[in-house]
Design a protein around this ligand. Sequence first.
Ligand code: HAM
Length: 426
Amino acid sequence: MINAPRGTQDLLPGVTEQWQYVEEKFKELCRTYNYHEVRTPIFEHTELFQRGVGDTTDIVQKEMYTFKDRGERSLTLRPEGTASVVRAFVQHKLFGQASQPTKLYYAGPMFRYERPQQGRMRQFVQFGVEALGSADPAIDAEVISLAMYVYQQLGLRSLKLVINSLGDNQSRTDHRNALIAHFAPHREELCQDCQLRLDQNPLRVLDCKKDKDHPAMATAPSILDYLNEESHSYFEQVKTYLDQMGIAYVVDKNLVRGLDYYNHTAFEIMSDAEGFGAITTLSGGGRYNGLVEDLGGPETPGIGFALSVERLLMALEAENINLPIDTSLDCYFIAMGEKAEQKAIELVYQMRKAGIQVDKDYQAKKFKAQFKAADRLKAKYVLVLGDNELAENIINVKNMENGEQESVEIDQVIPYIEQLLQRGQG
Ligand code: HAM
């Protein structure tokens, strides 16, 4: 037997409906916020992520699915969506369109070679948005509010929004120098990775899982102390807008995010729910002014976020939220007798063309067993056609909820069912 690869999963009927539901909800809310869907390839040139996500990040150094194609090109299964969306924005010159900022959303699988555990997969699905072309702190607040709203609309209550500012280039350089000076005396006590990070990208040290309890971590210089006037005031405005929308948050000066493109606003949303498990981050995002230029486009600010569906569904489960998914079937057609069976084929086809959900038996089951099947499929109505009924030109329609039965003329059955279904919905 061949199983699905480690860190991947099959979604079977019964579960897929939940995925469809949350995807529909996400898309609907994106439309409410006037974001439009973009679909980019599953694989890209490796260089895109090296340049976009950053050469020194764990994602690029340890987690990418990189391979050579038959033409010897180095390609990588996308580990995240932002680099691809920005590439598409540059490639198709979306910056030239009249309506700015360009507000995009996406939903699809991402791939990271991580150690799998609950909520951490090697193939996982992200929903995300990117707003390109505005450096207004109000759009930072918009993106954060959308992220929160998606969860709230699905019924989640135990949410914690954590925000920070990483400042602009100057603030970051000052902070970087302070970090190097702070950690240098402890260099030998840090893990191998962090010793390298200290030279290449000291901010990453703050994100280290191995060294997180080292005493120097708690006393490390905070970016918030190095924000220049402009960065400070930008962050204050983002917070003011969140306050105005009544969105609660906590500022965590150690929130640095695991990707290199960020500056100014960075945020994560966590689940506070009891029993949620070890990984509590549901989604993350932030501002990435400079990324569009790094990928060959004109100077364009940007901000976005991404959530994973795996963790979203875990959070729903932890809060005992059942999504309102309708798994019923409109009708089940039971035909008894050879002629009735033939007529059933035609009628079922016509009903489907009228948009009525209907199924029938294909295993020559007995009458009782067919009724059971209708029950299992949660059919609202069962239509019974025997050779006797056929001779009389009628069909018996049984309402499975209240047990009422009605005889309906065969050529009236479609409008009759349509009317019943409408009444049911109303
Ligand atoms: P990220 O923090 O790397 O950011 O990922 C965003 C979210 O994806 C995480 O908060 C988590 O819910 C989910 N995630 C990441 N790795 C896994 C995994 N192995 N299994 C399951 N879920 C996972 C980004 O990817 C940025 N592109 C977000 C962004 C968009 N920033 C600006 N725009």
